[in-house]
Structures are given as C-alpha cells and as structure tokens.
Design a protein around this ligand. Structure first.
Ligand code: COA
Length: 166
C-alpha cells in the first residue's frame, strides 16, 4: 500500500532530485522544473506533489475544466452549454518509480479529490484530460476513464471519468 504525503508546489519546493525525463515527449520534466510555478501563479493549474518520506515520486496539475455538450443552447439554457469538470492538466511519475502503481495512485487521488473536495463545494460531474492515444490513453481507461467524442488531433484522446457513477 502506498503512503504518500501530498503538498502543493511553492517557490520553496526542492525539485532538484525529481526527474520524469523517461518517455517524456510531452515535456513534463521541463514543465515541472521551469513552468509549473508560473503557471500556478497565473491561476492556470495547481501542482500537487506526492512525497514518500522526503522523496517526490510524482505530481499532478489540476485546474477547472468542462466538457462541451453536443447541443445547440439558447439563453435560458446557457448554463447547460458545458458540463463542469475537474481538468487533469499534467501527471507524471519519477523515472525510478515507474511501474510500481504510483501513476494509478495519482489518478485515484484526483478522482477522490474531485469527489470529496470539488463536487461537495461546486458542481463537478467529470474528471477530464487530454492525452496521446496508445499506452497513456490505455493507462487512463484501465482506471475507469472513457473516451469522449471530440475534434482533437487524430493522435489524441479526450477522456473523462464520470463522478456520478462513482
Ligand atoms: C504514464 C505514467 C504516469 C504511468 O505511471 P506508472 O506509475 O508507471 O503506472 P502504474 O505503475 O500505476 O501502471 C498502471 C498501468 O499502466 C500500465 N503502464 C504504465 N506505463 C506504461 C508504459 N510505458 N507502457 C505500457 N503500459 C504502461 C502498467 O502496465 C499498468 O497496467 P497493469 O495495472 O495492467 O499492470 C508514467 O509512465 C509517466 O510518468 N510517464 C511519463 C509522463 C506521462 O506520459 N504522463 C501522462 C501524461 S497524460
């Protein structure tokens, strides 16, 4: 069983030993080391870091999001244009911690966070994300995420986890 402490990123966070450079075509190592703090300051996503004792084993970056309904909507029903969702913007595990269930734990954390803290405070129907087709998309689908029809590039999937069913 994993026991992690979760802390949000601050300018005092020591990221010097964290490295997620393996299979990193999405440039997540660069993101966490160079961009995440600025991103957070601008209100675009808060990064949650997972510690096993002193070691950072992974991170997720969360933001508000939504899924578009495939419907034409008038002014009365304007608030129904989008279905509210928690957006999982980034997720990565340290190179040395891959294949041990850490990534799965991070996803469970996001769903739990959405249910306990977001859905109980503001409307939130889904956890949603965009990723590349292939093993990443499969990784999320194994955890209960479903592909949503979208007009994304053909190598990408929009995925959602329905909190209503949870
Ligand atoms: C994708 C990632 C988060 C998975 O983390 P992890 O801790 O290694 O994943 P887990 O150990 O929890 O594995 C969960 C499942 O995904 C599968 N999986 C994980 N990485 C895989 C890979 N590279 N290729 C194929 N399957 C993979 C595992 O086999 C496992 O399946 P199982 O439960 O049937 O055994 C990690 O590889 C990573 O950080 N990759 C680089 C960043 C990235 O791509 N993030 C996703 C951005 S959307």
């Amino acid at each position: 069983m994993h026991v992690f402490t979760v802390k949000t990123l601050t300018r005092r966070t020591d990221l010097s030993k964290f490295n997620c450079s393996k299979d990193d075509d999405l440039k997540l190592n660069e993101f966490i080391h160079k961009e995440a703090l600025e991103y957070q300051k601008n209100g675009e996503g808060v990064t949650h870091l997972f510690y096993r004792r002193e070691k950072i084993v992974g991170f997720v970056t969360l933001a508000m999001g939504s899924i578009k309904r495939n419907k034409k909507v008038d002014i009365v029903n304007y608030s129904k244009v989008n279905v509210p969702a928690l957006f999982l913007g980034r997720l990565a595990v340290d190179n040395s911690e891959r294949g041990k269930g850490v990534g799965s734990y991070l996803l469970e954390y996001c769903v739990g966070f959405a249910i306990k803290l977001v859905k109980n405070a503001v409307g939130c129907r889904y956890v949603t994300l965009v990723t590349k087709k292939g093993y990443r998309s499969n990784f999320y689908q194994k955890q209960g995420f479903k592909i949503v029809k979208s007009k994304l590039d053909k190598d990408l999937d929009l995925l959602s986890y329905n909190l209503q069913a949870a």
